[in-house]
Write a protein that binds this ligand. Sequence first.
Ligand SMILES: Cc1cc2nc3c(=O)[nH]c(=O)nc-3n(C[C@H](O)[C@H](O)[C@H](O)COP(=O)(O)OP(=O)(O)OC[C@H]3O[C@@H](n4cnc5c(N)ncnc54)[C@H](O)[C@@H]3O)c2cc1C
Length: 381
Amino acid sequence: MDFAPTDDQRLAVDGWRRAVERDIAPIAREHQDAAYPKMVAHDLLQRSMAFGVGNGWVPEADGGAGLDFLSSGLLFEELARWSPDLAGVAWVAEGAALKLQQAGSAALKERYLPGMVSGDLIGCSAISEPGVGSDARAVTTRAVRDGKGYRIRGEKMWTSNAAIADLVIVLARTEADGLTLFLLDRQQHGFRTQEIPKLGLNAWPLGQIELPDIWVGEEFILGEPGRGLRETMKGFERSRCFVSTIALGIAQAAMDASITYAGDRVQFGKPIAGHQLVQSMLAQMATKLAAARLLVYRALWLMSNGARCDQEAAMAKLFATEAAEFITSQAIQIHGAFGISKAFPVERHFRNARMLTIPDGTSQINQLIIGRTLTGLSAFA
Ligand SMILES: Cc1cc2nc3c(=O)[nH]c(=O)nc-3n(C[C@H](O)[C@H](O)[C@H](O)COP(=O)(O)OP(=O)(O)OC[C@H]3O[C@@H](n4cnc5c(N)ncnc54)[C@H](O)[C@@H]3O)c2cc1C
């Protein structure tokens, strides 16, 4: 097993870091306290897609950057050090583009994929509902046959990118078939969205989608009718790995800020970095970060090599997101009272990290996935 970054990957990350620092971070910083306006999101995505972030998983033959998952993950991790919000927007948009590329008809792909891999169109995926969270099988949004299409009624909640999305992939219950994926076009189908105020990652839009009674032609189905849940579950392995790369980036930013602050802040006549208990905090943070990184890279490496990695992705997501919460909390401790003030970045890192133990399988759900693999017994049944 070898998931050490290659020379090409290091070069790509270095070039990307320079571009982010110069062209992306200043804009992202200006907009980090409220959901990106749509124009800003398009601008940032177009800049990041020039480096394969937001379109990297789509093969080159279909207009994407055609990156393997480990190479892509390294770029996402780097972006998340500077802007976890943009990393989130790009990751969700990229997931929607990949779903269309893999499961869409030739006509749908021809119509939408070029826009999705250039940043002109922003996509998202809507599974969760007010009453449906960890148990995606319980989706209640209905799609009822009506002529050559379906009438979709329901409400989706916690949908990343909702307010800026041109396209939403909706998981809905079709009568006899089970759950089916539909691609909805905001212009053509007219769904309405509303932003939800939240704790952290405030520039990354998260919202509700109203589907009051929307007629959608059957040509907008992705994959086979009734196979939507299976398609959705397949995507969780990937999304767990990539939410983990965002956790790594946030944790690294908190680590960097803490080392700098500990070197500058003087108490009892010397920099606090020279006090043994402060070094203990830094050592524990760095060790958890290194362990998280190894777990995340292992899962990405397995995916890059076409292997299934349910357990490894669940371990990476569980450990990396909890580690990021620990590391950013310790970063506040090292900063003392300045840590909880808005004058330093670590309170933001903490709020951002706190968001990530919930999506794509909560920490509890990921433990149950690991437990199922270990024992062969499902606690979900
Ligand atoms: C930043 C962010 C982005 C998101 N993006 C999207 C998106 O793009 N699209 C989308 O569809 N959704 C999205 N979500 C929603 C996310 O998928 C859900 O929040 C998640 O699935 C958990 O569902 P819930 O919040 O309803 O919690 P619930 O499922 O109600 O869980 C509440 C608590 O009960 C625990 N619990 C539930 N079931 C069990 C069990 N069997 N055993 C033990 N404990 C259990 C959970 O771990 C949790 O602690 C996002 C959420 C966040 C925070």
